[in-house]
Write a protein that binds this ligand. Structure first.
Ligand code: GDP
Length: 414
């Protein structure tokens, strides 16, 4: 059987920037942890031998560093890259996500519309499972139909979050620590601020999935305006999806494309002031067919391998791949910057605190030693003086005694 695309290891993925940075920073914090432990042993000895060298408060602060470092290591191990997909219902969000995952994980085009947030993340377990609030009981999912019907059975608030834990082993994107979030179809009634507050503040990238047969809606624009207010310089991609349908129906495809591009540039450049026009045209707006991408990457075993591809599909597949490349570069860079900059600063603080303490102790200990030497010298000089005094005193006394005894002797002899 031919090797499936997603089982090919991808060592060159731009996502490696993040995963390698994570490994490196983990190693650094493990070193810091050893250093903190060694220092604590040393400091315990120091305080035992001389209370003056380190105040109790300072000693307590330093003891707590151990826990702090352990906590940071846990946070780092959980750090990930996060992308949020949004757009109107049926624009193809689920299909885009499945194409990127190279697996039909999300129920798409099954008459199911996602009415809550759906998060897909990797698990080291071998079988997929789902966490549906408010229960924290993992439910196993055997098939996609299970998931679809499980979700439509639940009465879920549009703001709640269902987590799908999918085996990392089966999917490169999840293995490389990407978390994908599907949002409910966006419309004017949506509580956008709440959505952003609850699910988007830690997102590294936003992908707006638009149907090329329509245009960007007021609700979608409003969402991004609110995002841009809360997050400085958000990373946004626009996917003009269902491009296969346009190519099939429209006579003047280039003109339609240019119009969409123009609107995309107006929005991202002139309204949100995020990028310049060339960047948007080359790297932020893509004309794709998610349906063809899924068919190509995760073929439907029940139909002939050729069905479902419209004329010129190769170009659209290339465009989809180009989008993914840009997306991967963008998300890994953003995540490294936002997540690891904090850790790096914390690490520096810890090291500086320890170094300052050590230098302080060495200085204090040095000056105490000098004081002792000084004291000793003073004492010995005093001693010398006393000795000398004593000696001379004795001499004088001896002389006196001699005189007295001579005197006595003389008188007696008389
Ligand atoms: P969502 O509600 O935004 O998640 O949309 P879905 O991914 O569920 O897609 C809605 C319907 O549009 C499904 O029947 C998909 O098969 C179909 N669809 C998605 N992407 C494309 C595309 O690029 N071209 C065409 N022709 N249909 C698509």
């Amino acid at each position: 059987a031919p090797m499936r695309q997603n089982s090919v290891p991808n060592g060159n993925s731009p996502l490696k920037l993040f995963t390698q940075a994570k490994t490196t920073i983990t190693d650094i914090f493990k070193h810091i942890s050893t250093y903190v432990n060694d220092s604590n042993i040393f400091l315990a000895d120091v305080t035992k031998s001389d209370k003056k060298l380190l105040t109790v408060d300072k000693h307590d602060d330093l003891q707590q560093l151990k826990e702090k470092v352990t906590r940071i290591l846990t946070i780092i191990s959980r750090d990930h890259m996060k992308v949020v997909f949004f757009g109107r219902t049926s624009n193809g969000k689920s299909t885009v996500m499945n194409a990127m995952l190279r697996e039909r994980i999300l129920p798409a085009g099954m008459g199911h519309t996602t009415n809550c947030f759906l998060q897909i993340e990797g698990t080291d377990k071998l079988d997929a499972y789902v966490l549906v609030p408010p229960s924290d009981e993992p439910k196993s999912i055997v098939s996609l139909k299970d998931l679809g019907s499980a979700l439509s059975r639940e009465k879920l608030n549009s703001d709640s979050l269902v987590k799908i834990l999918y085996p990392k082993e089966k999917c490169r994107l999840l293995r490389d620590d990407v978390i994908l979030v599907d949002s409910p179809g966006i419309d004017v009634s949506a509580n956008l601020d709440q959505w952003i507050e609850d699910h988007c503040l830690d997102a590294d990238v936003f992908v707006l999935v638009v149907s090329a047969e329509a245009t960007i809606t007021v609700a979608e624009k409003k969402f991004l305006h609110n995002v841009a207010q809360r997050l400085s310089n958000p990373n946004i991609f626009i996917l003009m999806n269902r491009w296969d349908a346009i190519v099939n129906e429209e006579e003047n495809v280039d003109k339609v494309r240019q119009q969409h591009l123009e609107r995309g540039m107006e929005f991202l450049c002139d309204e949100l002031h995020l990028y310049d026009r060339k960047v948007v045209a080359d790297y932020r707006v893509f004309f794709v067919s998610a349906r063809e991408a899924v068919l190509h990457r995760a073929p439907d075993p029940s139909s002939s391998p050729r069905t479902g591809f419209a004329e010129g599909y190769k170009e659209r597949l290339t465009e989809f791949t180009k989008f993914e490349q840009e997306f991967e570069k963008c998300i890994s860079k953003a995540a490294v910057r936002t997540k690891f900059e904090q850790h790096t600063n914390r690490g520096k603080e810890i090291i500086n605190l320890l170094r300052d303490t050590m230098v302080n102790i060495t200085d204090k200990s040095h000056s105490l030693k000098q004081q002792t030497v000084q004291k000793r010298t003073e004492e010995s000089e005093k001693h010398d003086f006393i000795e000398k005094e004593l000696k001379s005193m004795m001499e004088t006394t001896k002389d006196r005694i001699r005189h007295v005894s001579e005197d006595v002797y003389k008188r007696v002899a008389q």
